[in-house]
Design a binder for this molecule. Structure first.
Ligand SMILES: [Cu+2]
Length: 184
């Protein structure tokens, strides 16, 4: 027994180390496979003569198409929502109908579910028409936007903690079980 225990403990420690390594690495590696926004029409930071009837976003992969999971918000300088209805998905392209004829800086905030199942989001802006004709800014809409950006990171941290806790519980159970067996 005194000879077997150190070997068993070493093996269990190695298993624990491997499991922890996998648990930490797992959420990080699929992040590399997230779909990215490749292009948009209007393009980011471009200037167009007038607000178009629709906006298209082209991604690097086919987005998950389920009701309500993909959202595109398009607002003018006053914070008025210009997006009309939900975006239409076609393969790697999302098309968002726009309404109104707002001029000046237009902000696009998108949040979609990547083909690997993870939510991805981003923001860019373009200029429509005459910037001097932009509606006057109301400060309201600004504060809310930053909170949503942080959500996926927090989500994966929580998932990692749960996974690590689960692995530790499993290892403790295995150690207890093997102890019971060696005592017999
Ligand atoms: Cu991912």
């Amino acid at each position: 027994m005194s000879q077997r225990t150190p070997a068993l403990r070493t093996r269990l420690l190695a298993a624990l180390g491997l499991a922890l390594g996998l648990a930490v690495a797992a959420p990080a590696s699929p992040a590399l496979a997230h779909d990215e926004l490749l292009a948009s029409d209007p393009a980011a930071d471009s200037t167009v003569t007038a607000l178009p009837d629709e906006l298209t976003l082209t991604f690097s992969g086919v987005l998950i198409d389920e009701d309500g999971v993909n959202a595109i918000s398009v607002t003018d300088a006053a914070g008025t929502e210009l997006a009309e209805g939900a975006p239409a998905l076609d393969g790697t392209t999302a098309t968002q109908a726009l309404s109104g004829d707002s001029q000046g800086p237009i902000t696009v905030r998108w949040r979609v579910v990547s083909s690997d199942g993870h939510p991805v989001s981003g923001e860019f802006s373009f200029t429509a028409g005459d910037p001097a004709a932009a509606p006057t800014s109301s400060v309201d809409g600004e504060a809310e936007t930053t909170t949503e950006e942080g959500l996926p990171a927090v989500f994966w941290i929580v998932v990692s903690i749960v996974v690590v806790a689960g692995v530790i519980a499993l290892v403790i159970a295995l150690v207890a079980a093997s102890r019971r067996r060696t005592e017999d």
